[in-house]
Write a protein that binds this ligand. Sequence first.
Ligand SMILES: [Zn+2]
Length: 175
Amino acid sequence: MQAFAQEGLPLIETTLLQNLERLAQEAQALTPDSAVSWQARAELRPGSGAEDDVWLHLLAKTSVPLTCQRCMGTVATVLEVDQWYRFVATEDIAMAEDDESEEDLLVMEPHFDLVAVLEDELLMALPLVPMHEECPVAPVFQAGDEALAGPDSGKTAKDEKPNPFAVLAQLKKKN
Ligand SMILES: [Zn+2]
């Protein structure tokens, strides 16, 4: 990684999504040629110690077919990564400095696995509730939308809107 940083040349790669097993498990009907294109560039920056710190910039973009939680169809979801890392010598240093660092910290290891870091970032970029902006077919069960919209929208829905199931029960009573 040190040599890679001194060269300063970006590493430009394409990795098949089916080779990222944890991510592939989240996807629906992955085509064999689905891939993520990514690039990594390392650089040396003066740090607190005698030697320069190694920093790494990771950029990646891909589209993953996920299951829409409203219509259960496939929704192509764009995942993007744009992240800086600083390498530290040991896990202990990473733990100690993590809170005060804006950048992510990585431990310098002899067999450092950049693809695993890429996969971690892509997994973190996955939406909590994948959903079409507009579903291609009308949802079958409209009243369930609030319940499916996720924890964020759920909070306000609970506070401001009546429970859709309660409304439904009211309507039934009137009829
Ligand atoms: Zn949908």
